[in-house]
Write a protein that binds this ligand. Structure first.
Ligand SMILES: CC(C)(COP(=O)(O)OP(=O)(O)OC[C@H]1O[C@@H](n2cnc3c(N)ncnc32)[C@H](O)[C@@H]1OP(=O)(O)O)[C@@H](O)C(=O)NCCC(=O)NCCS
Length: 156
């Protein structure tokens, strides 16, 4: 399958919102969320807030033969470490539509995100992933990501 990757523009926002919502719903289901409707409503607000982050980039992937409908996205933003002030890029989200996975599209999008980080002179790319999301963890590990911080949780 031949794919095209391009930067997202303003007009892509509705379709990105849908794809991002689907990833969030999937991760929420892994975390035991029982009310997808409520997750969707919260996502709308959070998504708008994330879009306001100053320096960021979203890349979209398309099948060459169908360049109107994206089949995946990656969303990367810039941030600084709280105490050291060191700059880093953060992968907010990545998602490939079902039926298009394991074809190298996620990897190609992550390469774009990495290029973006490098183009800004950033030396670090970080992300957060739910430990139940085994597929995504395998994907990130394959790209060279390693666990550095552990975000711990206890059911009360
Ligand atoms: C995780 C995700 C983005 C990977 O995208 P993809 O296009 O399927 O990944 P690629 O085809 O580029 O995979 C590259 C390599 O990563 C690894 N990999 C990808 N998916 C994997 C999986 N489910 N399990 C284990 N390893 C995996 C493999 O080594 C793969 O190479 P291979 O297919 O030659 O073995 C995709 O599965 C997805 O959209 N998942 C649902 C949303 C999600 O969980 N997003 C992340 C939120 S943190």
């Amino acid at each position: 399958m031949e794919i095209i990757i391009r930067e997202a523009v303003e007009a892509d926002i509705p379709v990105i919102r849908e794809m991002d919502r689907d990833v969030v719903l999937y991760v929420a289901s892994l975390d035991g969320a029982k009310d997808p409707g409520a997750v969707t409503i919260r996502h709308r607000d959070v998504f708008e807030r994330w879009l306001n982050i100053e320096q960021q980039k979203i890349y979209l992937a398309f099948e060459k033969k169908n360049p109107g409908v994206p089949i995946g996205f990656v969303w990367v933003v810039t941030n600084t470490e709280q105490f050291t002030g060191l700059p880093y890029c953060f992968v907010m989200d990545i998602g490939i539509k079902e039926g298009y996975r394991r074809a190298g599209i996620g990897k190609a999008l992550m390469e774009k995100a990495t290029e973006y980080a490098r183009s800004l002179g950033y030396k670090r790319l970080k992300l957060m992933v739910n430990t139940r999301n085994r597929g995504a963890i395998g994907f990130y590990r394959g790209l060279g990501f390693r666990v550095e911080d552990l975000y711990m949780k206890k059911e009360l």
